[in-house]
Design a protein around this ligand. Structure first.
Ligand SMILES: [Zn+2]
Length: 407
């Protein structure tokens, strides 16, 4: 599944109508959540059925104006959130479990259509929404071509509102697979704050710190906002200005992380990285902002994604003691955060702290692959199975795969 996104050209009238659509979708979502909280829904199907009840209810005439698949998609979203919550409880994830919450009407909202309720024009540069809100036709901006895909490959269409406008997303049923020559290289990656990335070959990539760079202008915009009188027009303008600045930082970070992840995956056959628990690390208040700014999770998510696309092995290893152990002999050498070099008293191995960690990560990753009985190599050669191994699930997954291969 790939997601194609295009900004839409909208008139003021259309914007108001889209607001109505979003408001209705939000109403359906919150009503479904209420229905579940009251104990009426036992399965996702119950919620789906409830959307019909909502639209038939004469007290809420606006609900029936929304396309039926869009109503169902909202119910499905609620059910996914509920399942995620139960799943987190079952796995005993520390901290918050993500209990589903009621949402308020805010700038960032979206509504999802399935395969009806919208029509693409012949040239596929215009989209028309056909439900009773009469949003009408919008031009899709941008240069990417939708003509490459069949219409029935488009499984979902979303309207996403961000602070700088309306975006249309297309979820396209297409498996992105690209062939690459094997490089014969293996790579371990240590993620850090001073250097975003240090690999086991000794290469370092600096942290771009986008938030730090625009912090000054963000602060200024924030001050301007808080000085404006409540519910004034100037306040609304200031809010948009601040929102745009935050959006810019988010986009810079994502763009950078995606490009770097692609570059890393292309450069080696096997990539091992630390499975950092970012949520726990952010609890350290001195480093919270820097850690959030470093966007490690975006990077590792894309690493996994590109691993699948290019048929390369991407392994997440348990991060415990990667900086402590000696990569040469395994002797634990304890260091404080300020000790930047690793000196081993046993084998007198002398190396930069981060490179030592990256080497440890690589060794662990290779061990993890070996422990799955060379199965990963089979997958790798055929390029069919999911090349990503998660430390937590590696055992159960590998045994499942073994069974499959035996069959
Ligand atoms: Zn040593």
């Amino acid at each position: 599944m790939i997601v194609y996104e295009a900004k839409a050209e909208t008139t003021k009238e259309q914007l108001l109508k889209i607001n109505e659509v979003l408001r209705t979708a939000l109403f359906v979502r919150n009503s479904c959540l209420r229905y579940w909280l009251d104990g009426h829904a036992k399965t996702g199907f119950d919620l789906n059925k409830y959307t019909k009840v909502l639209s038939d209810n004469p007290d809420f005439p606006w609900v029936s104006k929304l396309n039926s698949t869009a109503r169902q998609a909202m119910a499905e979203r609620v059910w996914v959130a509920i399942l995620r919550f139960f799943d987190n409880c079952k796995k005993k994830i520390p901290g918050k479990k993500g209990f589903p919450k009621f949402r308020i009407f805010q700038t960032r909202l979206s509504v999802e259509y399935k395969q009806s309720g919208w029509v693409l024009s012949e040239c596929r540069q215009f989209i028309t929404f056909t439900d009773k809100f009469c949003v009408g036709t919008m031009k899709l901006m941008g240069t990417r071509d939708l003509n490459f895909y069949q219409i029935n490959q488009i499984k979902r269409v979303r309207i996403v509102r961000r602070v700088d406008g309306i975006y249309i997303q297309f979820c396209i049923d297409h498996d992105r697979k690209e062939q690459l020559e094997p490089t014969g290289k293996t790579l371990g990656i240590d993620l850090g704050l001073t250097h975003f990335l240090t690999d086991s070959d000794g290469k370092k990539v600096d942290n771009p710190r986008y938030l730090r760079k625009s912090e000054k202008s963000l602060k200024k915009a924030q001050r301007r906002l808080s000085r404006c009188a409540k519910e004034s027009k100037n306040r609304a303008k200031a809010r948009i200005r601040l929102g745009r600045k935050h959006l810019k930082v988010t986009r810079q970070r994502k763009d950078w992380a995606v490009k770097l992840a692609q570059c890393v995956v292309k450069s080696a056959d096997i990539v091992a990285y630390e499975d950092l628990k970012v949520r726990n690390m952010v609890k350290n208040h001195h480093l919270a902002k820097s850690i959030s700014d470093a966007s490690w999770s975006i990077f590792t998510n894309w690493l996994e994604y590109f691993g699948k696309v290019y048929g390369r092995i991407v392994v997440a290893v348990f991060p415990h003691n990667t900086t402590v152990d000696c990569s040469n002999c395994g002797y634990p050498v304890h260091k404080t955060l300020s000790t930047r070099t690793h000196i081993c008293p046993v084998c007198s191995h002398h190396e930069c702290r981060d490179i030592n960690a990256a080497k440890n990560i690589l060794n662990r990753g290779l061990e993890l692959i070996k422990n799955t009985d060379g199965l990963s190599e089979i997958q790798y050669a055929s390029g069919e199975s999911d090349p990503c191994l998660k430390k937590a699930t590696s055992k159960s997954k590998s045994s499942q795969r073994k069974r499959k291969i035996q069959q």
